[in-house]
Design a protein around this ligand. Structure first.
Ligand code: NAD
Ligand code: MG
Length: 382
């Protein structure tokens, strides 16, 4: 029985992870969890899965949760310390399904406690990839990808020699505005941006998909997870989201991983690796139903965020930290109706332009640059 901690249990990935646990009650047990502010959802999860530790995102959420009556007893906390505690409390496996750089410290804590981490929280690798990687290496702890593209690459690389890799091909659906030209993005609304054609996900990643920052982040994520230089990572537009990504090897052979677009598949693979368990609730893929698979080159001029991500990744140091922090602020401002869609990339570009990257930053440098970038974007918003 694997004892699982889920950070961000009430979110899109969190809920789908719980669904996987529900399919295999003899294999997995939820021992610990965190949630942000959705107390109602958290109460349902607590009653069903009976975790022993729960971290709430705020004092307010903690108070509302504590006013409920439960049939079993468990410990509760709130704030950043509780979040880090929830990552490791009696757990032997962590699923980090938080959104944003708030996921960094809990990931590092789990690694220090020698707990393997299934990482959905890609912002952790964008903001401080080298620290996470070095930590995982030092403590000899596996990092398992949850992102569908990285799970695909991970599966294609199973049993292969890293030195035989020629390039990684990360597929991209293109997000909500893939049929629109750049000029047509001027007046798009939050509602339109949140309408992703292939995946139902949290709000932040859905906007990141529309700007293609999500794909940019995935390039940085792949760089760190698989230790591949940026010039060997490519983005390929593939609107059906059937091929989840591919690897080309030295001998020109390309391996791809395919399946219905359903996050429970990569989530479960991270939980069971190197084993595979059945997952009957996911639709079996019939290629004759799909009929056609389409591919297009990703144009960096059309998708400026993709270009920002490649450039920031190549510069390295604290540049991707700025990219992530500015993006988190800008996306939140867009979701709150404070800026237009195209202003997201303007805010990010201004933040990147003023920053002098610090090479080999430590955790404190990262946290300072993150804070400073947020303050800068805040000043532009004001
Ligand atoms: P979501 O917004 O649906 O859920 C995020 C969870 O984190 C929620 O439980 C929320 O309460 C919690 N949270 C947010 N801020 C917090 C804070 N400050 N303190 C404590 N808890 C906090 O997001 P999601 O779509 O599930 O995405 C989670 C991560 O997985 C992201 O990094 C995303 O990029 C990645 N991801 C998601 C999908 C998907 O299909 N949803 C696919 C691939 C990767
Ligand atoms: Mg993805």
């Amino acid at each position: 029985m694997k004892k699982i901690s889920i950070l961000g249990a009430t979110g899109s990935i969190g809920i789908q992870t719980l669904d996987v646990l529900r399919c295999h009650p003899d294999q997995f047990q939820l021992v610990s969890m965190s949630f942000g502010s959705n107390v109602e959802q958290a109460v349902k999860i607590i009653n069903e899965f009976k975790p022993e530790y729960v971290a709430a995102g705020s004092k307010e959420a903690y108070d509302i949760l504590s006013s409920n009556v439960f049939s079993h007893s468990f410990s509760v906390g709130y704030g950043e310390e509780a979040l880090a505690e929830a990552a490791v409390y009696k757990a032997d496996f962590l699923v980090n399904a938080l959104v944003g750089s708030v996921g960094l410290v809990p990931t590092l804590k789990a690694i220090e406690e020698k707990i393997p981490v299934a990482l959905a929280n890609k912002e952790t690798l964008v903001t401080a990839g080298h620290i996470v990687k070095e930590h995982a290496k030092r403590y000899n702890v596996p990092l398992l990808p949850v992102d569908s593209e990285h799970s695909a690459i991970f599966q294609c690389l199973h049993g292969e020699q890293p030195k035989t890799i020629e390039r990684l091909i990360i597929t991209a659906s293109g997000g909500s505005f893939r049929e629109k030209k750049r000029e047509e993005l001027e007046g798009v609304t939050v509602k339109e941006a949140l309408n992703h054609p292939n995946w139902s996900m949290g709000a932040k990643i859905t906007i990141d998909s529309a700007t293609m920052m999500n794909k940019g982040f995935e390039v940085i994520e792949a760089h760190w997870l698989f230790d591949i230089p940026y010039d060997k990572i490519e983005v390929l537009l593939h609107k059906e989201s059937i091929i989840h990504s591919m690897v080309e090897f030295k001998d020109r052979s390309i391996l791809a991983q395919l399946g219905s677009p359903d996050m429970r598949v990569p989530i479960q693979y991270a939980l069971t690796y190197p084993d595979r368990l059945s997952l009957p609730s996911v639709k079996s893929l019939n290629l004759w139903e799909v009929g056609q698979l389409n591919f297009k080159k990703a144009d960096e001029k059309r998708y400026r965020c993709l270009q920002f991500a490649f450039e920031s990744g190549k510069i390295g140091g604290t540049m991707p930290t700025v990219l992530n922090a500015a993006n988190e602020m800008a996306v939140e401002a867009f979701l709150n109706g404070r800026i237009s869609f195209l202003q997201i990339e303007e805010l990010i570009e201004s933040s990147l332009n003023r920053h002098q990257a610090i090479a080999r930053p430590n955790l404190q440098d990262i946290q300072e640059v993150d804070k400073e970038t947020r303050a800068f974007v805040q000043s532009l918003l004001a």
